[in-house]
Design a protein around this ligand. Sequence first.
Ligand SMILES: Cc1cc2nc3c(=O)[nH]c(=O)nc-3n(C[C@H](O)[C@H](O)[C@H](O)COP(=O)(O)OP(=O)(O)OC[C@H]3O[C@@H](n4cnc5c(N)ncnc54)[C@H](O)[C@@H]3O)c2cc1C
Length: 385
Amino acid sequence: MDYFLSEEQETIKSLARRVAEERILPVRAELDENEEFPWAIVKDLADADMFRVFVPEEYEGLGGGCLELCLVVEELSRVCSAVAVSYAASALGCFTLMEYGTEEQQRKYLPDIANGKKLSAFAITEPTAGSDASNIKTTAEKIEGGYLLNGTKQFITNGGEAEIYTVIALTDKTRGARGASAILVEKGTEGFSFGKKEKKMGIRASATRELVFRNCLVPEENLIGKPGLGFIQAMRLFDKSRPGIGAQAVGLAQGALEAAVDYAQQRIQFGQPIISIGVVQDMLADMAIHVEAARALVYAAARMVDSGAKKVTEESAMSKVFASDTAMKVTTDAVQICGGIGYMRDFPVEKMMRDAKILQIYEGTNQILRNAIAIELRKRKARTE
Ligand SMILES: Cc1cc2nc3c(=O)[nH]c(=O)nc-3n(C[C@H](O)[C@H](O)[C@H](O)COP(=O)(O)OP(=O)(O)OC[C@H]3O[C@@H](n4cnc5c(N)ncnc54)[C@H](O)[C@@H]3O)c2cc1C
């Protein structure tokens, strides 16, 4: 399907595809098996200017928007979702800074992120605050000389590998979520350490780690935007970033579809390639329909984000839910089409199916997002009454 991408968008997409095929494909199984953070690939992505895509031009970026980011994430995820999320998480980690940070903060941090020298990460989740993100307990007490952070963040992508962290913490613990603020914390700050490194079902080459703050003092100028707005900033951030998870899902599903078609053409049973069998054809056709529908929804949601539309909660959630459910279904069907070999680790669809599951869980589980969509529907109905 033609999405009428601009020449620049086509260039970004094909560059990302080249890095994915030339640099990631040969090592993806090894990275997964060893659960190894893909530093060499991060360097390749930086050399190809991929980290510049989502950073404004005045800070050494290319000034791309949500759609450009989605195009890169999709191409990386078509080959390896773990690499794609490590890249996307760095964008997530600096979005709040790009949207609400001062010029000084942006000048200090964004060029290093744009040129791929430093990765960033975003941290809101805690042991007692997952879907109920408003229940965070990490505090950032205002004292002389800055904010004193105490608490633990859980399941943070790029944890331990990133240099720059946007942390949501309570600057006023008496006000709950209304007392939350976004604060930049640099790796190496005294009192900031890394806890448990998670061993995961999928996206194994990505780093998922605890962040531990024990009397960690950060300068006052590390506060992003106004105090007390951290929770709202985080929710707005997710509205804009969820098409990126959708793009990860579309790329992954596309990769699985291609692997299934290749295999179905080669595999001979009952004297014919299995792609000649009606049931297999039906499965492949449904997979292709769903992948294309997910792509269309993700691109449309991304374009809406880029249009500057005030409210994108519903569309952004829809794109994430539909695309991630599609990725789960398509990767599962790809394993089915590949039969026994599909279940083996030597074959890529096994990893793809494992990688797909997380897409229905992070950045808002699909149940939570369905709730959010239903709430928007109710609000819209109420407005027309
Ligand atoms: C690999 C990985 C990477 C991650 N990366 C990051 C990151 O970079 N930064 C970050 O801050 N967080 C990150 N997370 C956290 C992630 O966003 C949360 O895991 C997710 O939001 C779900 O929270 P939870 O795991 O606590 O599940 P819970 O909230 O405990 O949910 C458990 C189950 O209950 C359901 N449920 C709960 N409440 C409701 C409700 N009201 N209605 C319907 N169903 C409900 C959920 O849908 C789910 O099925 C990551 C998680 C993982 C696993």
